[in-house]
Design a protein around this ligand. Structure first.
Ligand code: DGP
Length: 114
């Protein structure tokens, strides 16, 4: 399935700077980074938004966050701190309708987010 740009990245049709991949997940650098480290972690399964996640996806969602923590360690941002974000639908700023976790780090983060 490659209905969005992220689906095409997952299938290899579109290139990306991939930092991690396995049978279920692909992680790659964001084209428009909002922090010195900005990586997107996606399932190969084309789930459009967090609203579409089902009980059967629970382990997959857990693995997305485990991957985020491992990648944060590899990127050297784990100790200083980092942020994981899922934007769900337009009101939260989602632009690509293939579920993704943003992993952001390498600079101080403000709270609350804008
Ligand atoms: P969101 O707004 O949460 O849907 O985030 C989508 C992110 O995807 C945004 O930060 C920019 C990034 N992005 C969009 N198109 C591409 C692409 O073709 N390649 C890569 N690497 N990132 C992309």
């Amino acid at each position: 399935m490659s209905d969005t740009i992220f689906g095409k990245i997952a299938s290899g049709e579109v290139p990306a700077d991939i930092v991690y991949q396995d049978d279920d997940l692909v992680a790659f650098r964001d084209l428009s980074p909002q922090a010195p480290t900005h990586i997107l972690i996606i399932p190969r399964k084309p789930i459009p938004t967090l609203n579409h996640v089902e009980e059967a996806d629970a382990a997959l969602i857990g693995r997305m966050f485990l991957a985020a923590a491992r990648i944060a360690e590899q990127e050297g941002i784990a100790a200083a701190g980092y942020r994981t974000v899922i934007n769900c639908n337009a009101g939260a700023g989602q632009t690509v309708y293939h579920l993704h976790v943003h992993l952001l780090g390498g600079r101080p983060m403000q709270w609350p987010p804008g």
